[in-house]
Design a protein around this ligand. Structure first.
Ligand code: PGA
Length: 239
């Protein structure tokens, strides 16, 4: 069985100091996790310190976005050249980027292309299967490089808010996750994201078409994240 991917999406919740504190509290326990691939999605400013603290461990670091522009006169942007050598993964197309920053399908495709070019694995969020159709229609890389991409089925309505969890039904999540593989017509890695927490994680991780999770709220405190991981371990299914 492939190891599940557990991706922490810290969003915009941590200062550099808080990042260091989180890692110092969790690092030893995370180093002992052999049953899952852990990926920590830190903010841009915290990436260097996160990458350096996890250096030499199996824990990988992810950016939460990348500019669609390459090096140049784009004030405020963080380009692919800046992430090159710093991260192995990058979340792209998160629904919060669309909602608050007007990101479009075309923007997302440009970003995926850059990430693939630089060998950084895109963690591509898909709100529903029609959005995947739109991506496929715009960029053949989505299908051609599907094995080098991690897909996330993440319905925006299931994302936690104000500390309240409102997860998708695990069976429905599984159907959609399997729909991604069917549309791509290849065996792809597909995660589910939206209100995964220590109590429900095993319900999602045990689904046949779900290869792991994108965890927001429940990853922000080390204790909760470690509890989630222990529950995943206890309930790892024989897929
Ligand atoms: P959540 O966030 O786990 O807090 O619902 C997931 C995400 O938006 O990536």
């Amino acid at each position: 069985m492939k190891k599940p991917l557990v991706v922490a999406n810290w969003k915009a919740t941590k200062t550099i100091k808080e990042t260091i504190e989180w890692i110092n509290k969790a690092k030893t326990a995370l180093e002992e996790v052999t049953y899952a691939q852990i990926i920590i999605g830190a903010s841009y400013v915290s990436l260097p310190v996160a990458a350096s603290l996890f250096e030499g461990t199996t824990v990988k670091v992810s950016a939460q976005d990348v500019s669609k522009f390459q090096k140049g006169a784009y004030t405020g942007e963080v380009t692919i050249e800046m992430l090159d050598g710093l991260v192995d993964y990058c979340i792209v197309g998160h629904s919060e980027r669309r909602k608050y920053f007007g990101e479009t399908d075309d923007d997302v495709i440009e970003k995926v292309k850059l990430l693939l070019k630089y060998d950084i694995t895109p963690i591509l969020c898909v709100s529903d299967l029609s959005q995947l159709d739109a991506y496929i229609a715009r960029g053949k890389e989505i299908v051609d490089s599907a094995e080098k991409t991690v897909f996330v089925y993440e319905p925006p309505g299931a994302i936690s808010g104000g500390g309240v969890y409102r997860p998708e039904d695990p069976g429905v999540a599984n159907e959609n996750a399997s729909g991604i593989g069917n549309k791509i017509n290849k065996k792809v890695t597909t995660l589910y994201g939206g209100s995964i927490n220590p109590e429900n994680a095993n319900l999602f991780f045990s689904q046949a078409a779900i290869d792991g999770g994108l965890i927001g709220q429940a990853s922000t405190e080390p204790q909760g994240f470690l509890e989630l991981l222990s529950n995943v371990k206890l309930n790892l299914p024989a897929k």
